[in-house]
Design a binder for this molecule. Structure first.
Ligand code: 725
Ligand code: ZN
Length: 373
């Protein structure tokens, strides 16, 4: 049982790293994929099932939880871990990103963001200080600084101004976070796809000092090539002895490319959200179970997978329950997709530990068909 938050690197292969983040609530094996549990639940999954897929940590969200059921109510009930019955580490986003993508009537000033709830229109204000208070009330183990993520494409001037405000908010986040042993505050690098803005942002964050560093402002429509272009240099601007978290990424091939470039942690709604629409991710590519060609197919989705969907059901059954919009369809495909992502992370961790990442990546690309299989 550790009292403090620490990151232990155990092997490096090129720019890629593998290690363990130690927290009072448990270990996080890196590179790590973190399932998204936005409103206190990973949709269609029981917490024990999320753990069974291999996840060490899951995500919650300040924006959603502050609106419903409110952070104060969750705190009064013992905090988010107790509330959602997940006793392992939780990372919460700071809310700014969701305000800009979900809320209405937004007013952005140096102080913070004033907005109306997308649920009932009630008026709210998020500032670095309020975001830190909410994440403390939730009890999350890894807290994200309050930032602004500009929509791309944007003029360099706009990206620079936004980044500089986010750096001023990062300092206010650090000051409001206070001294909380065993908890971590991560700074978020901004700067769009402009190298010198990314470098300026990294320098500003290092000067403030954080327990971990996120690469924000990506996976917002720039495309994989532009994202990898930033990842070819941005991780190297960050301290090598601290975790690097790429926010909102991604498809399996995005994840492999990000790990090759030195990213340690990622999150994405894709495996859970696409599971609810009948899309499965497998070693050989993606499968759309709504397609009629599966209706007589007795084979499992992925013979190499140990999840309940692949162990006990046929593609024909999955096609049937997805077409019939049966709840079990979402349950089985979400479980499968999260398990596939965790198996991919386990493969990446082992390959880096064994100094054979290049071979793993070559094999990964060789077995994937383009498009649906
Ligand atoms: C999809 N592409 C994508 N690019 C992103 C960039 C940023 C960013 O620069 N700053 C912040 N603060 N958040 C970002 C986020 C949201 C991640 C959260 O979004 C939520 O998933 C929907 C989830 O909340 C449980 C997750 O929590 C960390 C991004 N998402
Ligand atoms: Zn499976």
């Amino acid at each position: 049982m550790v009292e403090r938050f620490s990151f232990e690197l155990s092997a490096v292969d090129g720019a890629a790293r593998t290690g363990v983040i130690h927290t009072p609530r448990g270990e996080i094996r890196t590179p790590a994929f973190m399932p998204v549990g936005t409103a206190g639940t990973v949709k269609a999954m029981m917490p024990e099932s999320v753990r069974a897929t291999g996840a060490d940590i899951l995500l919650g969200n300040t924006y959603h939880l502050m609106l419903r059921p409110t952070a104060e109510r969750i705190a009064a009930l013992g905090g988010l871990h107790r509330f959602m019955n997940w006793e392992r580490p939780i990372l919460t986003d700071s809310g700014g990103f969701q305000v800009m993508s979900l809320a209405s009537l937004r007013k952005l000033t140096e102080e913070g963001v004033r907005f109306a709830s997308h649920i009932d229109g009630s008026k709210h204000m998020l500032t670095p200080e309020r975001s830190m208070e909410i994440q403390r009330l939730l009890g999350s183990d890894i807290v994200m600084a309050f930032d602004e993520c500009p929509a791309l494409p944007a003029e360099d001037k706009v990206v620079a101004e936004s980044m500089r405000m986010s750096m001023r908010w990062a300092r206010r986040s650090r000051e409001a976070f206070g001294d909380r042993p065993g908890h971590a505050l991560f700074g978020i690098m901004q700067g769009g796809v402009t190298r010198d803005l990314r470098e300026e942002s990294a320098a500003a964050l290092r000067e403030i000092g954080f327990e971990g560093y996120a690469i924000g402002g990506l996976a917002v429509g720039e495309g994989q090539a532009a994202m990898f272009g930033v990842l070819d240099y941005a991780p190297g601007f960050l301290p090598e002895d601290k975790p690097r978290y790429l926010m909102g990424v991604g498809k399996p091939d995005d994840i492999v490319g990000a790990v090759e470039r030195g990213v340690d942690m990622m999150d994405c709604v894709l495996p859970s959200r696409s599971g609810r629409t009948g899309q499965a991710w497998t070693r050989r590519g993606s499968v759309n179970l709504r397609n009629a060609r599966h209706r007589d197919d007795p084979r499992p989705l992925d013979e190499a997978c140990t999840c309940p969907a692949c162990r006990s059901y046929s593609r024909a059954y999955l096609h049937h329950v997805v077409k019939a919009d049966e709840i079990i369809g979402s349950m089985l495909l979400t479980w499968h997709n999260l398990q596939y992502y965790q198996d991919l992370m386990a493969g990446l961790r082992a390959a880096i530990a064994g100094g054979r990442l290049a071979a793993f990546v070559a094999e990964f690309h060789a077995t994937r068909a383009e498009g649906d299989i």
